[in-house]
Design a protein around this ligand. Structure first.
Ligand code: HEM
Length: 168
């Protein structure tokens, strides 16, 4: 029963993590960049729906259940399991997902939060301050997009490894 619950939580949260992140990276962020100041309104609405909390929670569920499954599958002998091709694939995928979490949540999230705060302040800012705020938002958007690409690549490595691990 525990394995069923762990696998259910792991696969569902993993799918949501990668799926939501891919949508953000390939569609939402480029659409925001194109929309300019108008996009800031939608960004504010997303913040109110607690995306910055929901995404890390989904990622954490994937990580915790993943390392738990890894521990159970290896029978407590992680070193020996890592010497098998399947163990290595799950291990490399797991490590890649962990790195994606660190880069995305610890480095990327503060940049996103700062961008959203600036976006919220834009409508009420003095006209003289607006170009400065817009320029800063542009700079942060560039940095955020670069970080997102790194996280996306790491997540795709994790997903690929998970998909094939049993058959390598
Ligand atoms: C992007 C994040 C992740 C995604 C999308 C993901 C996805 C998946 C999927 C779809 C499976 C089922 C594969 C199969 O049964 O053949 C799986 C299994 C597994 N994953 Fe992940 N995973 C992720 C992160 C992790 C992490 C961080 C670990 C930690 C080492 C991990 C360890 C495992 C293990 C050990 C299994 C086999 C479970 C079992 O059947 O006993 N995964 N994962």
């Amino acid at each position: 029963m525990l394995m069923i619950v762990l696998r259910f939580l792991h696969v569902v949260s993993g799918a949501l993590w990668v799926g939501m992140f891919a949508f953000m990276t390939f569609f939402l962020m480029p659409a925001f960049a194109e929309a300019g100041p108008e996009g800031a309104k939608v960004q504010g609405a997303l913040m109110r729906r607690r995306i910055p909390l929901i995404m890390p929670v989904i990622a954490l569920v994937t990580l915790v259940t993943g390392f738990w499954l890894f521990q159970r599958l290896s029978g407590g002998a992680a070193g020996a399991f890592m010497k098998t091709p399947t163990g290595r694939a799950f291990g490399v995928g797991g490590l890649s997902a962990l790195l994606a979490f660190v880069v995305g949540v610890i480095v990327g999230r503060p940049v996103m939060m700062r961008m959203a705060k600036l976006g919220e302040s834009l409508p009420t800012a003095a006209p003289a301050d607006r170009p400065g705020i817009t320029a800063e938002m542009q700079r942060l958007r560039g940095r955020s997009a670069a970080l997102n690409r790194v996280v996306m690549a790491l997540l795709l490595v994790a997903l690929t490894a998970m998909a094939v691990a049993r058959y390598v």
